[in-house]
Design a protein around this ligand. Structure first.
Ligand code: NAP
Length: 486
């Protein structure tokens, strides 16, 4: 039986794209599953002048459009709306009155969640105003803040934002969203690692040769150059999603399965990550920018709309992470991400050390590889050594393969549904905490500043390939190769 949750959620940016596409459908799914029943209230707010009825229509239309379902009135009656400009302190009083009204109407016990689905420049202002204008409940079980990405654009801005949030919320009340942490197969990393004695025992430098994390996209910059040219793949994909996946891979076993212990274990790993000097950046990181495809039918990055002709922006990053912990000393974690690559996928390849070859007449043993495929479909593959079926005693690699079935997939919550539920439930296991975010920024800032100080010849990879040659050479130098070749 689902545990019914009693809470009020206030969505800032209630008329925005994210709210319409993801947030209302997620809330509806939680209602259908019985997590939300009688004691929930949802408030939408933005500058748009909407009546309660118009807002409920907006929510109903979003559910119709994105779920193809008719939301019942019994669900919609829990939604209310307040017009407010979040930059105006006075407007918060009207919001406060509505919060208190719904609190009484649905018996919400003062439990409050504030979801900031607005542009990042507003995050600090909203958090501070929630406190200064008295919107936080004083007698409820919780006040929680859900905060969208990006969390800063470098360490300094992230720290400033964090300080602003800290005026109103402590770390345990802040749920920093990284939707990759809400993905089913990312959450599966922990089950695989800690649920299987063989893997649990072998998850260290004694048995693992190297770890590879790939987040590849086939699309180019499309119409997002305004943002993307200032961020690049390093800030857009490495600082957040890639590093958060690495956290689950690199951590030690937590002392218990609570969010506090999980975060502590991840943080111990993050804190052992080597932050590179400029020389080490040159040695361990590769940046790329896409050119046209081989047939010259697609623009290179420099010819995309709104991209400056001399842009030094990275649309591809590959690099090697080094952890100083006992578990990972000398085990490289290779990461890569990029646009206009050969395939769209998110995957993790764990390459185990080569076995000792006892057999006669046998070729060198292939390394075992455990692959966790996150997108586009959930899959786990394990490539291992087995006997060739011929008369001679020879070996060959075989692959065990499991794919998430359509039936399983139908039951799997979308990341946003999971993240909203976990916040309602007070479970921060699958959110980025400040220490992890801070380390990731320091790591990424060191790379960015080394790159800012040197010019690179671009483009250096063909659209539709798997990135620059230098990324293959990075692994080849260590005697390794990318497992996934597109
Ligand atoms: P959006 O479509 O531009 O919506 C922004 C919302 O903020 C609107 O409801 C807007 O309504 C409101 N707003 C703007 N200025 C305001 C003000 N001064 N006072 C009150 N409300 C104001 O943005 P979005 O795409 O939904 O993105 C929201 C957040 O989610 C951003 O932080 C973004 O980075 C993050 N995000 C979005 C996606 C996505 O798929 N869209 C994915 C990941 C993360 P009014 O203009 O009517 O006030």
């Amino acid at each position: 039986m689902p545990k019914e949750i009693t809470t009020l959620v206030t969505f800032f940016g209630a008329t925005g794209d994210l709210a319409k596409r993801k947030l209302y459908p997620s809330v509806y799914n939680l209602y259908k599953k019985g997590f939300l029943k009688d004691h929930f209230g949802i408030i939408g707010t933005s500058r748009a002048d909407l009546t309660t009825q118009e807002f409920q229509d907006f929510v109903r239309d979003s559910i119709k459009e994105f779920m193809k379902e008719d939301a019942p009135i019994d669900f919609l009656r829990h939604f209310d709306y307040q017009k407010a400009d979040i930059t105006k302190a006075d407007d918060y009083a009207k919001l406060k009155a509505l919060i208190e009204k719904l609190d009484t109407e649905f018996a919400l016990k003062g439990n409050r969640i504030f979801y900031m689905s607005v542009a990042p420049r507003f995050f600090g202002t909203v958090a501070k105003s929630l406190k200064s204008e008295g919107l936080l409940s004083e007698n409820g079980e919780f006040n929680r803040l859900m905060i969208e990405k990006p969390f800063g654009t470098d360490y300094a801005t992230a720290e400033q934002l964090n300080n602003e949030l800290s005026h109103a919320f402590n770390e345990n009340q802040i749920y920093r969203i990284d939707h990759y942490l809400g993905k089913e197969m990312v959450q599966n990393i922990a089950a695989l690692r800690f649920g299987n004695p063989l893997l649990a025992k072998a998850w260290n430098r004694e048995y693992i040769d190297n770890i590879q994390v790939t987040l590849s996209e086939t699309l180019g910059v499309e119409d997002r150059a305004g943002y993307y040219d200032t961020a690049g793949a390093l800030r857009d994909m490495i600082q957040n999603h890639t590093m958060q996946i690495v956290g689950w891979l690199a951590m030690d076993e937590p002392a218990s399965w609570t969010d506090q212990d999980i975060r502590a274990a991840k943080n111990a790993a993050f804190n052992s990550l080597k932050i590179y000097t400029p020389d080490e950046v040159a040695e361990n990181f590769v940046r790329g920018q896409y050119g046209p495809d081989a047939a010259n039918t697609q623009n290179g990055y420099l010819n995309e709309k709104d991209v400056p002709a001399d842009s030094q922006n990275n649309t591809y990053v590959a690099g090697k992470l080094a952890f100083a912990s006992d578990r990972w000393k000398d085990v490289p974690f290779y990461i890569r991400t990029g646009k206009r690559l050969a395939a769209k996928t998110t995957r993790i390849d764990i390459v185990f050390k080569q076995g000792f070859n006892l057999f006669t007449n046998a070729a060198p043993l292939e390394k075992n590889v455990l692959s966790i495929i996150v997108d586009p479909e959930g899959r786990i593959e394990y490539t291992m050594v087995a006997k060739d079926t011929t008369a001679e005693f020879k070996t060959r690699p075989i692959t065990l393969n499991w794919t998430v079935s359509a039936e399983d997939k139908a039951q799997t919550p979308e990341p946003y549904e999971r993240m909203i539920h976990d916040t309602m439930d007070g479970n921060g296991s699958n959110f980025a905490d400040w220490n992890g975010v801070a380390v990731a920024w320091k790591f990424v800032d060191a790379i960015q500043s080394a790159w800012d100080a040197t010019q690179q010849e671009f483009p250096n990879y063909v659209s539709g390939s798997m990135g620059p040659k230098a990324a293959d050479e990075l692994l080849a130098r260590d005697g390794h190769r990318w497992i996934y070749e597109g």
